[in-house]
Design a protein around this ligand. Structure first.
Ligand code: ADP
Length: 379
């Protein structure tokens, strides 16, 4: 039998419509060797993803020793419940899922095709943002509408940020000194886009995003949960097309609409100076997060820990304080000092004696993608 090749160098690609982010890892040490970004693809920069990748190859010094390439792919639908080696058949299945992410999927898949051309013979692994959430039971995943829309169009909850939630679950299990299969967690990924996941025995049982990343939390520019009839009323009154309504809800809502800025740092400093709109926006954000945490804690039968991650979860002591102060009913108290001084590090934010610890853990989606490459190729 042929011995399995050790996967050492893994290139991770996050290919967006006009940008391509990359990181190179040495997986024998779990160490990052390089990272970079190519911007303005097709609009002033490289003409397409193949040209963008050629500039990555040059920036990395034309490496000949890359063992595998991991790709972030937005949507795996119900087809991909785990990361997969990209084959012709899997690419065909992915192309049938473009309807779920018409903006991102062509760029994600274009990145894979460009790698197939440039890194001939190097295996490509697709890591889906939705895969971690595929363990949700139907009672969490289905919408209360005519089931024909699920059957015909696949309308259901899929959830996103799965790679980050999965990474956080693995790191939290290590921190709590428990096997992944035994941890119950509420994981809060809070960045420009935000989502929570309810994790029971290491598996996702619910998450706050839905068919698309629009649902759930109050986000930088997305409204999160809203009465669908409110959207219909606005569309009717303003004569909006579906595409215009999509822009309104995804790009011009959330913190941006409430305060004029989508960046939490700006909003916190405005609130500190007494700006009422900023104050309300932060309270709405904290309220909705606490509401989800309470619900998810019930669903999983009690959490071993609540984890905060993403730009806000890892750094914003102001937002974390507002959320944790709303969790008193769960027997949780804030450790003011720990919360104030912890930025971008793993740290317990709740006071000693809290019934459930609240822990900040930095996420690393790229490292998770590289780990998945090693796992999938080692199968
Ligand atoms: P993305 O979803 O684009 O990856 P990030 O995870 O980087 O976003 O999160 C961006 C958010 O994190 C912004 O609202 C930003 O204000 C907030 N953030 C980043 N760093 C800090 C910090 N040091 N203090 C407070 N908020 C921060």
């Amino acid at each position: 039998m042929k011995a399995k090749k050790t996967i050492r160098k893994v290139l991770v690609i996050n290919s967006g419509s006009s940008s391509l982010k990359y990181q190179l890892f040495d997986m024998t040490k779990g160490e990052r060797l390089a990272k970079g970004l190519v911007e303005r693809i097709g609009c002033g920069g490289p003409k397409d993803h193949t040209a963008a990748l050629k500039s990555v190859v040059e920036a990395l010094g034309c490496p000949k020793d890359i063992d595998a390439i991991g790709h972030r792919v937005l949507h795996g639908g119900e087809v991909f419940k785990d990361s997969v080696l990209m084959t012709k058949a899997n690419m065909k299945k992915c192309k049938a899922l473009v309807k779920f992410g018409p903006l991102h999927m062509p760029a994600n898949l274009g990145g894979i095709e460009a790698c197939e051309k440039i890194f001939k013979g190097v295996p490509n692994v697709a890591v889906f943002d939705t895969a971690f959430h595929q363990t949700m039971p139907d009672c969490a995943a289905m919408y209360a509408i005519d089931p024909k829309y699920y059957k015909k169009m696949g309308i259901r909850k899929y959830g996103f940020h799965g790679t980050s939630h999965k990474f956080i679950v693995e790191e939290a299990a290590k921190f709590l000194k428990k096997p992944v299969s035994k941890v119950n967690l509420v994981t809060c990924h809070m960045g420009n886009g935000s989502s929570l996941a309810a994790v029971k025995e290491g598996k996702c049982v619910d998450t706050s995003m839905g068919l698309t990343p629009l649902a759930g939390m109050v986000m930088g520019t997305r409204c999160g949960d809203i009465d669908a009839a409110a959207v219909l009323s606005i569309m009717e009154a303003e004569k909006l097309t579906p595409a215009e309504a999509d822009t309104l809800l995804n790009k011009k809502s959330g913190l941006l609409a409430l305060t004029g800025s989508s960046d939490c740092r700006d909003i916190c400093s405005k609130a500190e100076k007494g700006d009422k709109a900023a104050e309300l926006a932060l309270e709405m954000l904290a309220y909705r997060t606490a509401l989800y945490i309470g619900g998810y804690n019930t669903i999983i039968g009690g959490a071993d820990a609540i984890i905060m991650t993403g730009g806000i979860g890892e750094n914003s002591s102001e937002v974390r304080e507002r959320i944790i102060n709303r969790l008193g009913a769960l027997g949780i108290k804030l450790d003011k000092r720990a919360n104030k001084k912890s930025h971008g590090v793993t740290a317990v934010l709740s006071a000693k004696g809290s019934k459930i610890p609240v822990i900040a853990i930095p996420t690393n989606e790229e490292l998770m993608i590289a780990r998945d490459c090693v796992r999938v190729l080692g199968k």
